[in-house]
Design a protein around this ligand. Structure first.
Ligand code: ADP
Ligand code: MG
Length: 211
């Protein structure tokens, strides 16, 4: 997977986030402040512009600029969290021109670590961590077992979807939704939902062409 692949991933995220903007905002309306979809749509639109202007040459540079732009354009909790995730992934990839499945697994693990450090949320607190953590673990296991890219990415998205669905039954103890206490139960966490979308975009781009 080269810089072109990672640009295609980010472009796919931007398109999906635009498409799902109202859905994500509705999820946030139920347990937050109804801005998650608009936050991410604004952020990834700015990212697309930045990537178009700068044309970064390596996968790491693509993800670094993505993270930096999200941090500077997305207000709310999710901007710094996703921004940090992309920047940590970038750092893990360094300046290598090509990324194999093992390196991608390392980058995703680094991204999750960044989210955990910044947000201090563990699993079960009804946040994006509940989609990201099982997804990253399932992907690492599949890659470790020697799975091909299609199989490993299916494990990634399957675990992300299950993790996002599982947030419905959780009570939020981090972020804005925690203000609702027990009333946060019964709704899918918007950040878990957007994390699943971001990982689906990765799988879809990989399925489309040579990675
Ligand atoms: P805000 O809550 O500031 O309005 P957004 O609506 O854009 O920001 O994002 C909300 C999402 O951010 C939540 O659904 C949750 O997944 C995620 N989130 C909030 N706080 C944390 C945290 N401490 N750790 C991990 N994720 C968090
Ligand atoms: Mg919000």
């Amino acid at each position: 997977m080269d810089a072109e692949f990672f640009r295609a991933w980010i472009a796919e995220i931007a398109a999906v986030v635009q498409d799902q903007r109202d859905h994500l905002t509705q999820l946030d309306a139920a347990i937050g402040d109804a801005d998650h979809g608009t936050n991410l749509a604004r952020g990834f639109t700015a990212v697309q512009t930045a990537l178009g202007d700068a044309s970064p040459a390596t996968p790491g540079a693509v993800l670094q600029l993505t993270g930096r732009t999200l941090i500077s354009t997305v207000g709310g909790a999710s901007g710094p969290l996703y921004g940090t995730a992309f920047r940590r992934a970038a750092k893990a990839l360094g300046d290598s021109p090509g990324v194999d499945l093992a390196a991608l697994a390392g980058a995703l693990a680094a991204a999750l670590d960044g989210v955990r450090q910044l947000g201090a949320a563990g699993e079960g607190e009804k946040t994006m961590v509940d989609a990201l953590a099982p997804a990253v673990a399932a992907f690492a296991k599949a890659v470790g077992d020697g799975a091909d890219s299609t199989t490993a990415l299916a494990a990634l998205t399957g675990a992300a979807d299950a993790g996002a669905q599982a947030t419905i039954g959780m009570q939020a103890t981090k972020g804005r939704a925690s203000y609702l206490g027990p009333r946060s139960v019964g709704h899918e966490d918007p950040g878990a939902a957007s994390s699943a979308l971001i990982l689906h975009a990765l799988r879809d781009v990989a399925a489309r062409g040579p990675a």
